[in-house]
Design a protein around this ligand. Structure first.
Ligand code: HT7
Ligand code: ZN
Length: 852
């Protein structure tokens, strides 16, 4: 397979002004005719007329009305063409029903639907399918189905057809078409300049009752983008469609966002508080793409972080404003460490702006999205809020309607601030997570002199090599630091230290006593901080730090170090941790959501990485046992307070998925989990029986399964929800995630035989096989049965859906951290995948990179 390189970028030979498409919809033989106005690109380096196309049956082609016979290949066609403007016309036939890859035009439950990012449009018709070719689209859909949708504004609707026109030039990856028997939940929004916008959420009949929350989230996003970034919506209509079969979360097609139904449909009875929060964030994310992605798009797919990193950053800001900023930040860092640090420290490490790829779908990664967002956050910290928003204004003004690069992005910041960002650019170019080692020194003032002491922090940075990048250069790293005095008062407010050298010292003067530093407040950079500390100091910060992130971080470090001692030395659960966490749980001045987060423990995956970093070989079963023992010790130590918290945080008011109620429920359910270890699940059963919302029902069911008292409830849950796909996904996952480790593979295998399991629906596949891979103690069963079971199913899925198969291969990315036996077992499965005849390009690339 061909490797595509950023350094090989050349401008398109021809540009497109206008595209007219006609779809005659038919499940197995849809006809697509295209009429495209091409003109030579004055900036092209060569003049070759080449169109992308995959899996298309060409019926006829014409240039300026004259039939032509292009040279066809698997990847597209070439044809002699004028060195002047001309009209291309073609008719192709495609098979939506046979399209199980869910890219291009496909069918889901009788509904036609498209997914074109990144390179799906070439499966619909011949076209220069690259984001730097932007054109105005007019689309006619011919079908008897009641709802026929495309991008932009409706032009005409008649018996058996609909016509749409999108006035905004766009790349083909933003094209969308939806047709089906759908019903809509309508809404309306008036923009700040008075444009009346019709809003719709389109769903299958029966799902109408699950749209109200999404509609409010959309309206809130539209308002927020006007207020925070001055960005207004630019069409008279904004449609969202819910689709059951979808490879990812959602897609920002211009004026016609398509959503995985799990990311838009919500009701208190079927969705958890976490689902509501995620849905709100994804609706915002896709809406925000209208400016950061659609109006200003990417020149090529190497620049993907230009739209994704910025849009993730914007949706995080939105959630922080809508809910609790510290709780959002802590949640984001937990995910960043779990997904992105894992990627950055393994064989799949790549720069935020990659240099090469075989299959672009494999680069929709945590590094591009989440680390990409961290880079925006660091830029904002470095230049300050005011300059950040001025730079964004300039970005929108200068680049509206263009396909841009990271160079364009950094230039607006340089122009606004006068600052040279050449060193900052390394964050985009170099993979790997920087480590910062901290040393400190204290020089007291002269005897008797008050406040003459100097505290000095010395920071050293280094980034380990990553595949293909041996040498790393020092980066500019904003490190937010505050100091706490011995009595717990803050003696130096947060200040941003700019680390630019491999080693640098920073002095804090005028202190009366040696302070305790609070370093990397708000997690101001995506780095790993190494500093010698002890349990007493961590407990001190957990009690006194004014920065909520670092307060939580101190508790997390305390738990992690206690667990390490349990695993490596066979130590008992750490008293410092148990005492300190009980104080936090009892502290009524703290937000319940924060207390619930503080009661969370490092994941099995966190512990495996921590052990590996400390030079040990992680044993997933030993990690699970240590976590289990700590949870039990904590439940015994905190039984009184757990009962009090549980009772005190019952929500009596009607269900609302807002920060306040969901914070209370998460603390009560953290208490329930502790109590479940003591009462055999009695309280959980009572909660299960009384639950009128999914958050309460699922928390109770989880607790019952963990207490080995869930068989009846598991059956009852299935009987109650068998008609609801999204709830049944939860049912599948929870049985695996909460099984005894030694039984997880067997439970997974049994569930793959369940009549409701299917390869056709990515959500269901992920609910089952994804749950196994998210449960290290089960997946890494020493027999290798977990590895073999996953591989069996990946081999079955690959011919149908390469994109989802390839993504799930990342379950194997950490293989080098395990013992020799497990390594041998995993390598055997990777080799089995690679040996499969006809393995997709997507999966072959992923497995090849993981295998190394
Ligand atoms: N821009 C989108 C990314 C995407 C995608 C979405 C659904 C199915 C396949 C896809 N490939 C790429 C989603 C986003 O980041 O907003
Ligand atoms: Zn996005």
């Amino acid at each position: 397979p061909q490797t595509i390189r950023l350094s090989d970028y050349t401008p398109p030979a021809y540009l497109v002004d206008e595209v007219h498409l006609t779809f005659r919809l038919n499940p197995s033989a849809t006809r697509v005719t295209s009429r495209i106005a091409f003109r030579p690109n004055p900036e092209a380096r060569e003049r070759r007329f080449k169109l992308d196309g995959e899996g298309l049956k060409l019926i006829r082609a014409m240039i300026d009305g004259e039939p032509v016979t292009p040279a066809l290949s698997d990847a597209g066609l070439t044809c002699d063409a004028p060195d002047a403007p001309f009209t291309w016309e073609a008719e192709v036939e495609i098979d939506p029903e046979g399209n199980t890859a869910l890219e291009g035009l496909y069918m889901s439950n009788g509904m036609y639907c498209t997914q074109c990012e990144a390179e799906g449009f070439r499966k619909i018709t011949y076209y220069p399918d690259r984001p730097d070719v932007m054109a105005v689209f007019t689309v006619r859909i011919e079908s008897d189905l009641p709802v026929l949708l495309s991008n932009g504004n409706p032009v005409e609707r008649g018996e058996g057809f609909a016509e749409w026109h999108d006035p905004w030039p766009k790349p083909a990856y933003l094209f969308a078409l939806v047709a089906g028997d759908l019903v809509n939940h309508p809404g309306r929004f008036t923009t700040k300049s008075g444009r009346e916008v019709d809003l719709n959420i389109w769903v299958r009949p029966g799902d109408e009752g699950k749209c109200a929350f999404g509609m409010e989230a959309l309206r809130a996003s539209m308002r927020w983008d006007e207020e925070k970034y001055g960005r207004e919506y630019d069409l008279d209509l904004f449609n969202i469609v819910a689709v059951d079969d979808f490879n990812m979360g959602a897609m920002e097609n211009k004026g016609l966002n398509v959503f995985n139904s799990s990311c838009v449909l919500a009701s208190p009875e079927t969705s958890t508080d976490a689902n509501f929060e995620r849905i709100e964030a994804i609706i915002a994310h896709e809406y925000f793409h209208n400016w950061t992605g659609n109006r200003i798009t990417c020149r090529d797919w190497f620049q993907l972080c230009l739209k994704e990193g910025l849009t993730v950053f914007r949706d995080s800001q939105f959630t922080a404003d809508m809910r609790s900023a510290p709780v959002k930040r802590i949640g984001d860092v937990i995910t960043l460490r779990a997904r992105q640090f894992r990627e950055d420290n393994g064989p799949l490490a790549h720069p935020v702006r990659p240099e090469s790829f075989v299959e672009i779908n494999n680069f929709y990664t945590a590094t591009v999205y989440e680390k990409g967002a961290e880079l925006i956050g660091m830029l904002k910290t470095l230049v300050g809020d005011d300059a950040y928003y001025r730079a964004l204004d300039l970005y929108f003004e200068r680049h509206d309607g263009q396909a841009c690069t990271i160079e364009d992005w950094l230039a607006v910041f340089e122009d606004v601030t006068g600052r040279d960002l050449a060193q900052f650019k390394r964050w985009y170019e170099e993979a790997g997570t920087p480590r910062i080692d901290v040393e400190e020194s204290w020089t007291p003032g002269a005897p008797g002199a008050q406040g003459g002491g100097t505290y000095t922090l010395t920071l050293r940075q280094h980034t380990p090599p990553t595949p293909g990048q041996e040498v790393k250069n020092p980066r500019v790293i904003p490190v937010k630091v505050g100091l706490i005095g011995p009595n717990g008062d803050e003696v130096a407010e947060t200040r941003v230290l700019e680390l630019t050298e491999a080693e640098q010292s920073f002095a804090f003067e005028g202190l009366t006593a040696k302070p305790v530093p609070s370093i990397l407040r708000e997690f101001s950079a995506p780095v790993i901080l190494n500093r010698d500390s002890d349990a007493a100091e961590r407990a001190f910060l957990l009690a006194h730090d004014t920065d909520p992130f670092n307060r939580w971080e101190a508790g997390r470090a305390l738990a992690r170090e206690g667990l390490m001692a349990m695993i490596v030395e066979g130590a008992a659960p750490d008293r410092h941790y148990l005492d300190a966490i009980e104080r936090v749980a009892r502290d009524e001045t703290l937000d319940p959501a924060f207390r619930a987060l503080a009661l969370g423990l490092p994941s099995e995956e966190d512990m495996a990485q921590a052990l590996f970093d400390a030079g040990h070989t992680p044993d997933p079963q030993a990690i699970w046992e240590a976590l289990d023992a700590l949870k039990s010790a904590r439940a015994h130590a905190m039984q009184d307070i757990a009962a009090t918290l549980y009772d005190a945080h019952q929500v009596r008011a009607p269900y609302r998925p807002d920060a306040e109620q969901s914070g209370a429920r998460s603390l009560a359910n953290a208490a329930l989990a502790m109590l479940g270890r003591l009462d055999g699940g009695a309280r959980a059963q009572a909660q299960y029986d009384a639950a009128d919302n999914m958050t309460q029902q699922l928390a109770a069911l989880t607790c019952l399964v963990r207490a080995n008292a869930g068989d009846a409830a598991v059956q009852a849950f299935y009987d109650q929800w068998r008609h609801d796909r999204l709830v049944i996904d939860k049912w599948f996952g929870l049985q695996i995630l909460n099984a005894e480790p030694a039984r997880a593979v067997e439970v997974t295998r049994r569930l793959t035989q369940h009549p409701d399991f299917t390869l056709k629906n990515p959500n269901r596949f992920r609910a089952v096989l994804g749950a196994l891979t998210a449960f290290p103690a089960g997946f890494h069963d020493p027999s290798g049965a977990g590895y073999a079971l996953l591989t069996d199913w990946l081999l079955k899925l690959d011919p149908l859906n390469p994109q989802t198969t390839a993504r799930m291969c990342s379950a194997f990315e950490t293989w080098r951290r395990y013992d020799a036996d497990r390594q041998t077992l995993i390598k055997a499965q990777l080799d089995r995948l690679l040996a499969q005849p006809g393995l997709s390009r997507d999966t072959a690339e992923m497995v090849g990179r993981i295998r190394g």
